[in-house]
Write a protein of this length. Structure first.
Length: 401
């Protein structure tokens, strides 16, 4: 079953952008560390990105009534392209005294990313048939996670042969091609918000989340999972490897890689067994969240590296088994004209929760112990499982135009 030209263009354009995103972040973190010799300064890059994406998710709805979603998507990518070339020029004059200028550009790029991500999820239902949504979401997630898995490794290799400045120029070229591809997308019809006031446009998505029973549960699920997911950031995994597993740092890479492989495998499973999953969305979501909870709890008390790899794979695999059907439930339960507002609000919740909880989990890991943060994560996922099973009648496919 073909998914159509527009979905292919969206996937190609976003994939090129994702490749560029990873390469540029790797190069910038490396450069900042070299210039400042400060791990804290380098680690501030992800925090800056999360904060800017949170602000973007709050403000993006102001554009929905004024700019077509297709051009909002393409325009954000064009803006990122211009900023990357500006960043390339800025890198030639960066020193330990003015490196903060890099954070301004990084923040602006992340702001545009925060605009593009929810719009991409909104465009998918416009470009594929309703019965193709689960397959399309699975393919989209599989490609995205594959890029994340491969490019963090490739990005490090790039820096062996190219300088950070040269990598940024390569990314600028990738962003240029991505911009051209996204401009080829067809325009989509979406509900105009132009007649509404600015405050109404901003809070529209939040009102939908509050007044829709399904979306209220999704909010809690996303909020809890965002907090639970912070334990899988690279910094905490590194602490777990050295303090809990008591093995060499190479296992840090093994665990990170295995987690992403699990995500890819879960996406492929959803694509292959689309028809089965569509008939039992609530059950599949519950099974995914339940096994994530079990695997995370076992991971928190385990001290055997090989078993840690297996459990990490399970968390990634069952995480996708749960999240891909969830996207399909949202996309088929909300009118297409409202999806952009809903996704930007959900994005604000998840990025905000992730940014704050990543700092909290880091403090808990340092002060009390890294095993405790994984135990907390597992318990939060247990709550997610309870929410899904108690509200399983809501998690079903409903086609709304």
């Amino acid at each position: 079953m073909k998914l159509g030209r527009n979905f292919s263009l969206l996937l190609i354009g976003q994939s090129l952008a994702n490749i560029g995103d990873v390469l540029y972040i790797v190069s910038i973190i490396h450069l900042i560390y070299v210039v400042t010799e400060s791990a804290i300064a380098a680690s501030f890059v992800p925090f800056t990105i999360a904060s800017s994406m949170f602000v973007s998710s709050i403000l993006t709805p102001l554009l929905f009534g004024k700019v077509n979603l297709k051009w909002l998507m393409a325009g954000s990518q064009i803006g990122k392209t211009c900023l990357l070339f500006l960043l390339g020029l800025l890198l030639y004059v960066t020193t330990a005294t003015n490196f903060y200028l890099l954070f301004i550009v990084i923040s602006m790029v992340a702001f545009l990313d925060g605009c593009a991500n929810p719009i991409r999820q909104t465009l998918v239902p416009h470009y594929v048939k309703d019965e193709q949504l689960l397959k399309a979401n699975g393919i989209d997630e599989a490609v995205t996670q594959f890029i994340q898995t491969v490019m963090w490794f490739v990005g490090s290799l790039f820096l062996l042969f190219l300088s950070s400045q040269q990598v940024v120029w390569v990314v600028g070229c990738l962003f240029t091609v991505a911009s051209i591809v996204l401009c080829l997308l067809e325009n989509v019809d979406h509900q105009s918000l132009a007649q509404q006031g600015k405050i109404e446009q901003v809070i529209k998505g939040w009102k939908l989340l509050w007044h829709t029973p399904l979306l209220r549960r999704i909010v809690w699920i996303d909020f809890l999972e965002s907090i639970a997911g912070t334990v899988w950031i690279a910094a905490i995994i590194l602490v777990f490897v050295t303090d809990a597993l008591l093995v060499d740092e190479q296992w840090w890479g093994f665990l990170n890689g295995t987690f992403f492989v699990g995500l890819i495998a879960g996406s492929v499973y959803c694509v292959k067994y689309t028809s089965f999953i569509e008939r039992q969305l609530a059950k599949v979501m519950f099974i995914g969240s339940l096994f994530m909870f079990i695997a995370t709890i076992f991971f928190s008390v385990n001290s055997i590296p090989i078993i840690a790899l297996l459990l990490t794979f399970c968390v990634g695999f069952f995480g996708q088994i749960k999240s891909i059907p969830q996207h399909t439930v949202i996309q088929t339960s909300v009118p297409k004209g409202e999806l952009s507002s809903v996704y930007t609000s959900l994005s604000a919740i998840s990025t905000g929760a992730f940014g704050i909880s990543s700092l909290m989990m880091g403090i808990i890991a340092d002060v009390i112990g890294v095993r405790l943060v994984f135990l907390i994560s597992g318990l939060l996922l247990a709550v997610v499982s309870v929410i899904i099973v108690k509200n399983r009648h809501l998690f079903s496919r409903k086609i709304i135009k």
